[in-house]
Design a protein around this ligand. Structure first.
Ligand SMILES: [Zn+2]
Length: 222
């Protein structure tokens, strides 16, 4: 699991190489974050007492997801007669592709690349991270989303964009730093139930990152 914030920052780094088209970079960053929203399916299944196997790193982490996202946005572009939706879809597909590659490279797990067919790819087969490190990976999610939001804040100040949102953004950053400080010791101290409590904070933070990205598209496109 590369952290969602790492994925978002990877999308933002694409800024240097992608051509300037309306909503293209926005799509790339959103596509980089999107696949891990499959954790909502995990949360719903957990709450319903169902088996969570096959929900994470499967349908949203597949070649089919890339094609589906591109197709949906292409149709929207035709209906609305706005080419920027096609750009958004191309970016979204590229972003999901980047997410899959990064997930394969870091950390210690695979993805169901050919979902719904059997296509589990795991470059880390048989490699186990040290326990202290594996434990740190969960609270680190919050830290990396903070880093992504800090990048957004800096970009907004540099480009003089989204000035009306910067105060709210600062509150999000402070709140997530506080959650990171709380959850890091909890990850080591709580032997049971940590993932349930942490899962709520995680879903809030990744959803916030997704929505704030859309809210701050002016900054991303600047
Ligand atoms: Zn992922």
């Amino acid at each position: 699991m590369a952290q969602a914030g790492i994925h978002a920052l990877a999308g933002a780094a694409a800024r240097k190489v992608v051509p300037r088209r309306e909503w293209l970079l926005l799509g790339i960053i959103l596509g980089n974050v999107f696949p891990d929203l499959d954790n909502y399916a995990v949360a719903v299944a957990t709450l319903g007492g169902l088996n969570t196997h096959g929900l994470h790193r499967t349908f949203t982490h597949s070649l089919l997801a890339i094609l589906a996202a591109m197709a949906v946005f292409f149709v929207v572009a035709q209906v609305r007669r706005q080419p920027r939706w096609t750009n958004l879809g191309v970016g979204f597909g590229v972003g999901i592709g980047m997410h899959i590659i990064l997930d394969l490279l870091i950390w210690f797990n695979g993805v169901e690349l050919l979902w719904p067919w059997d296509g589990w790819v795991n470059l880390w087969e048989g490699v186990e991270p040290p326990a202290w490190f594996a434990t740190l990976l969960d609270p680190a999610e919050l830290l990396f989303i903070v880093l992504y939001l800090v990048w957004l804040a800096k970009a907004a100040r540099d480009h003089h964009t989204n000035a009306d949102f910067l105060a709210t953004l600062r509150l999000w950053i402070i709140a997530l730093v506080v959650l990171f400080i709380i959850f890091t010791p909890l990850a080591y101290l709580m032997s049971r139930g940590f993932l349930t409590v942490f899962g709520v904070a995680y879903l809030i933070s990744i959803t916030a990152a997704f929505i704030i990205t859309i809210r701050m598209r002016q900054t991303i496109e600047a």
